[in-house]
Design a protein. Structure first.
Ligand SMILES: NC(=O)c1ccc[n+]([C@@H]2O[C@H](COP(=O)([O-])OP(=O)(O)OC[C@H]3O[C@@H](n4cnc5c(N)ncnc54)[C@H](OP(=O)(O)O)[C@@H]3O)[C@@H](O)[C@H]2O)c1
Length: 298
């Protein structure tokens, strides 16, 4: 049986990837840091997952934990010390253990098309990628755009209480969204596919702000207001103002200004995903924004 090692298996995305891998019949080894919560480990073990508690800063312990896997999948989340430093130790350990393939914790818009310096978190993904491509291991970045699930939590882009869609720049700019569940299933399929390219893109839905207002209005059976907040450059100025005013938020994974940076890079259109490999695994079905918004709310 094929063994896939998953780092970050105790997290939201990692847990979904683990479930998708076991659903595809893979043996999963969760690489879990020593201090991970007992209930999260118990949940993994209940799914038949082998749990390797390991010091993520110890290269030889990590290499031993990776040995025998055909792919190491990362779903780590954190600041630079995690995305750049911990993932670098992880991929080096995987390579030294002879693991042939690695999937980094990207799951994002196409950060390789961004200029750099404008999106803190994605700059770390780029910095890690520079290390990754020099490592003697084949790698595949899974890029699926913004997690569509975030639209359910009340963002400025889609405010279902106020029945309003707010956008910056062009109401007809297309943007990429994929649910976490679909991203996890795609990642699991890619982890078990020995011939993936360096970057594999897919999107659940590609939609403009204007279309989003129409879809949300249909689903909620009401008229949505479509509001232009300003130009994309105005948003860049606002991001700087918000960030400068809250230096303490630099330690947060997703401060408000980081979400704004992500939105700006979507409204700007540069980070659209291509080519799309939605049909690469024919058993996978993709969730549209309409289907997501129509699903009963929990
Ligand atoms: N496209 C989008 O819109 C979008 C949105 C959100 C997230 N993402 C991406 O999705 C990925 C995962 O996010 P998530 O929401 O699933 O994160 P999450 O639920 O917070 O899980 C993070 C995982 O990383 C582990 N971790 C954190 N710091 C670590 C360290 N120093 N050493 C070892 N393990 C560590 C955590 O382990 P413990 O359980 O031990 O803490 C946990 O398993 C990230 O790549 C993120 O950028 C994308």
């Amino acid at each position: 049986m094929t063994t896939i090692a998953v780092a970050g298996a105790t997290g939201n995305m990692g847990g979904r990837i683990v479930a998708a891998l076991t659903g595809r019949g893979a043996q999963v080894r969760a690489l879990v840091r020593a201090g991970a919560a007992g209930d999260k480990i118990a949940k993994l073990e209940q799914q038949g997952v082998e749990v390797a508690r390991v010091d993520m800063a110890d290269p030889s312990a990590l290499a031993a934990a990776c040995a025998g896997a055909s792919c190491v999948v990362s779903a780590l989340l954190g600041l630079r010390d995690v995305i750049v430093d911990a993932q670098s130790v992880l991929v080096d350990a995987a390579a030294s253990a002879g693991v042939p393939r690695f999937i980094p914790s990207d799951y994002s818009i196409d950060f390789t098309k961004l200029a750099g310096g404008g999106n803190r978190n994605l700059d770390w993904h780029s910095e890690f990628r520079e290390h990754l491509v020099k490592t003697p291991i084949a790698s595949t970045s899974i890029l699926t755009g913004m997690f569509a699930d975030l639209l359910l939590y009340g963002t400025p882009l889609l405010d279902r209480k106020a029945k309003r869609v707010s956008y910056w720049g062009d109401a007809d700019q297309r943007m990429d969204f994929t649910t976490m569940a679909d991203t996890a299933k795609f990642t699991a399929a890619a982890a078990l596919d020995p011939s993936t390219p360096a970057i594999l893109c897919a999107v659940g839905d590609r939609i403009t702000a204007r279309e989003l207002a129409g879809v949300a209005g249909d689903v909620d059976k009401t008229q949505y207001e479509l509001v232009r907040a300003g130009t994309v450059d105005d948003l860049t100025t606002l991001i700087k103002t918000v960030r400068d005013a809250s230096p303490e938020t630099e330690k947060e994974n997703f401060p408000r200004w980081q979400g704004m940076q992500y939105s700006r890079d979507m409204f700007d259109g540069r980070a659209l995903l291509e080519p799309l490999a939605n049909d690469r695994y024919p058993d996978l079905k993709w969730t549209s924004i309409r289907a997501l918004l129509s699903a009963p709310r929990r």
